[in-house]
Write a protein that binds this ligand. Structure first.
Ligand code: ABC
Ligand code: CA
Length: 472
């Protein structure tokens, strides 16, 4: 699928090993053991109703190729990022046919499949690696000369030295060598055709020279979003030119800081967004926007204030990029750093009535309603008609989102005098509560909220009332 098609989607990111088992059983899963817990591609097929219920129309799954087997000093390779054989699938997750079946099951529902891929490295459990265990790169000369990454300010060090540690060195592929380049350019095209993949998430993008990526993207043939793990817009920006999209790490940090406490800086969030808007140009609309992922502590490990949580969770759905939600957030999971943030979802019972499941369902519905109501919604940059110390109004016509970090014990109030895009007298509805309001002169909106919750406004004429009747 193209970038334009992905822009209309919202993505549910899951860790394959931790999402669902083939037979629906709920085995124990202690994240600190760093073992395979039993999730499979067939398990995902069985739970597509759950994902679709929340309004997601795409999933991003863990890397699919065969990984390092057995126990290491850093645990097992349940996350899928430790490839040893690029030409085989990871049998812990199922067979190649199971993966094809997942792809078909998604397409039957009009959903997309995004596969996570790693070309930067392959994984070993000795140093030096036994290169003969790798497929197809079974020679030391297929890799950069060993050195650990020690200096993130030195881009050559970042690109040509190795990630990992002495337990699991990540042998750094020589992505300057013709045989390595040719292999990966063919490999990504075959991965797409073999599994009818609709998109890719690309790992460790900043660890490979930028000039590797444009032809890789072309051969991928579908939308790809690259992981550039860095909070600086100026560092990330060039990567928006060599791939379709990047994961929006700069926003991730300021979003987290703004809402993790009642004293977080709203202004810093506004600043990073405006900086990205002026730096990325139209690529702004192609980034993947997220609050959680497999590498960072879950938001509810930082605060469990449900007012703050609901505001932070709303952001990816009301902003300029493609929303991504990391599995488990909707069930209120609280795990901290890797490996604690990779809890088994079956332990939640996939409760569709969970408060945050309903929250996400409405956020997806509101975004879909805005897309349907205005052909320019997806190419309209957010503006901020109100920036207070604890309040923020985010306009992306026909959506007006009123956010706050006063927290659940506070009473937020927003007095937006203009800049909403609404005509005087327009009837508005808060998608989260289905309370209605009327826009005043110059489209002004004046609302007192409750429990530190956000308010997500749309013209009543643009919002499907069935979501209101489902509210409890
Ligand atoms: C395992 C254990 C961990 C243990 C570790 C040593 O080994 O589980 O407990 O601590 C996979 C697995 C991990 C595993 C690693 C290593 O492999 O999932 O569980 O950790 O074996 C991607 C994936 C990630 C994956 C890999 C490897 C890469 O998303 O899941 O990990 O295939 C760097 C890379 C980034 C990578 C990330 C984990 O490490 O760039 O691609 N993610 C700074 C650097 C970043 C760096 C980050 C974290 O630290 O700039 O490049 O990411 O180490 C901001 C700055 C940022 C800064 C942050 C910390 O602060 O702006 O630049 O990031 O303000
Ligand atoms: Ca590299």
């Amino acid at each position: 699928a193209t970038t334009a098609e992905w822009q209309q989607r919202s993505i549910y990111q899951l860790v394959t090993d931790r999402f669902a088992t083939s037979d629906g059983s709920s085995p124990a899963c202690d994240t600190s053991d760093r073992e395979y817990c039993g999730g499979t591609w067939q398990g995902i097929i069985n739970k597509l109703d759950y994902i679709q219920y929340m309004g997601f129309d795409a999933i991003w799954i863990s890397p699919v190729v065969k990984n390092l087997e057995g126990s290491t000093g850093d645990g097992y390779s349940y996350h899928g990022y430790w490839a040893v054989d690029q030409n085989s699938v990871n049998e812990h997750f199922g067979t190649a046919d199971d993966l094809k079946n997942l792809s078909s099951a998604l397409h039957d529902r009009g959903m997309y499949l995004m596969i996570d891929v790693v070309v930067n490295h392959m994984a070993a459990d000795t140093l030096p690696p036994d290169y003969s265990t790798f497929t197809p790169f079974n020679s030391e000369s297929d890799f950069h000369t060993f050195c650990w990454i020690t200096n993130y300010d030195n881009q050559t060090n970042v690109e040509q030295c190795w990630l990992g540690d002495s337990n699991v060195p990540l042998a750094d592929c020589d992505t300057e060598a013709d045989n390595v380049i040719d292999f990966f350019y063919n490999w990504i095209a075959e991965l797409r055709t073999n599994y009818t993949a609709d998109g890719f998430r690309i790992d460790t993008v900043k660890h490979v020279r930028q000039t590797f990526w444009p032809d890789f993207q072309t051969n991928a043939g579908v939308y790809a979003v690259g992981e550039v793990f860095d909070g600086d817009v100026n560092y990330v920006s060039p990567y928006t030119e060599v791939l379709d999209g990047v994961l929006d790490y700069p926003t991730y940090y300021q979003l987290t800081y703004a809402f993790e406490s009642t004293s977080g800086s709203i202004q810093n969030l506004v600043d990073v967004i405006q900086s990205a808007q002026s730096t990325y140009s139209t690529k702004l609309f192609q980034v993947g926007t997220f609050l959680e992922n497999q590498d960072n502590p879950r938001f509810q490990s930082l605060t469990t204030d449900q007012g703050l949580v609901k505001n932070a969770m709303a952001w990816p759905f009301i902003a300029d990029g493609i929303p991504i939600l990391y599995y488990g957030q909707e069930q209120g999971y609280t795990g901290g750093n890797d490996p604690d943030n990779r809890e088994a979802l079956w332990l939640s019972g996939y409760d569709e009535n969970a408060t945050l499941v309903q929250h996400v369902r409405i956020l997806n519905a509101a975004r879909k309603a805005a897309i349907a109501a205005s052909s320019s919604f997806l190419s309209t940059e957010v503006t901020f008609p109100l920036v207070g110390s604890n309040t923020l109004a985010v306009s992306k016509y026909p959506l007006l989102s009123l956010l706050t970090n006063v927290g659940a014990s506070g009473t937020p109030a927003w007095d937006v005098s203009s800049g909403t895009g609404y005509d005087e007298g327009t009837e508005l509805i808060d998608a989260l509560t289905c309370t209605t309001y009327t826009a005043g002169s110059s489209g002004s909106v004046s609302i007192t909220g409750s429990s530190g919750d956000p308010v997500i406004l749309l013209p009543t004429s643009a919002y499907n009332a069935t979501y209101c009747s489902s509210l409890t």
